[in-house]
Ligand binder design. Sequence first.
Ligand code: C5P
Length: 397
Amino acid sequence: MAELSGRKIVLGVTGGVAAYKAAELVRLLGKAGAEVHVVLTEGGARFVTAVTFQALSGNPVWTDLWDPRMANNMAHIDLSRDADAILIAPATADVMARLAQGRADDLLTTLCLARDCPLLVAPAMNRQMWEHPATRRNAVQLAADGVTLFGPAAGEQACGEVGLGRMLEPEDLCEALIGFFQPKLLAGRRVVMTAGPTFEAIDPVRGITNSSSGKMAYALARACAQAGADVALVSGPVALPVPAGVARISVRSALQMRDAVFAALPGADVFIGVAAVADYRPDTSAEHKIKKSGAALQISLTPNPDILAEVAARADAPFCVGFAAESRNLDEYAEGKRRAKKLPLVVGNLVQDGLGSDDNQVVLYDEAGRHPLERAPKPEVARAIVAHLAGLLPPLS
Ligand code: C5P
């Protein structure tokens, strides 16, 4: 999915051992649709050669302020002229110090000084270098100058030590960059969501569940986080990675899901029920595996609570969004659900259009009527839902 298509990124690679990961980063950015132009510092070129970056980016690599390939000899201005961002990954303690001082003693720092696009920096250094008061000072100065820091992460370091200073992984940097470009429509908002199926145990190995991949909910949680929200995702059992900036609370049954939702709810501005909650649960769950006997087996079922309806019925209810997955009569059923559960917004889709797949086609139902969205990959649909939802929220108090 080309979530960075149309974006021009200047990637600065400085002299840290994490430079080898910058090669993978170039590949991922390219796969996400970005046009990548690599600027290697002298130190960076000691770790990975320009040839690697040229092959992966498909563009010439720049190292020298005085490069005669640039027709007007203005590499420091031309390279970042129409760039959407300069990303430095890895960024050494040294380049951070030079940036904090506004120095322009090589092509990369000169570019940074002459830019009018955002500067994003992914530090990578030994734990003690990161913790040194000079680096702390430089990080604070860079933030004050409007530079965005991605990471660093904590963990094992090339020097054998363990601590803060590892560069974020290429996948995480790519995600951070995609998130950086999203409008912050939900800044200052707290969102609680449910996701996935629930599993209602019959015995220790069997249960009743719904088919739900969780893909739409996770895409929506990611879109909310990228729009600046603080997101708590109460999730039934699914095998999906937790999106960056999202706090997942894992549950299994509908009752556990309800408890976790109510625990997370205080202070929430928005509640989005995406989970395919099982409508019924067995009256009792057998302690031991029920043995096959050949005779008929009756399982008596009790209705589960409707989590969304309970949240929406509260006097202090946040803005509530429901999902309606139907196999027919979408308009009638989705709008009916919206009214029955007293929801300001319902996202409806035909199961044959979205269940388990990477694309989805949805229709939004609110007080103003019916708003069909175009069929698109789930992350794109999620962004469109966030944009619509953000427009319906009361102003931040
Ligand atoms: O199952 P139903 O079609 O009524 O689901 C509509 C909406 O209600 C969905 O947003 C779903 O997450 C939510 N729901 C719930 N608790 C239930 C059943 C549904 O929160 N027990």
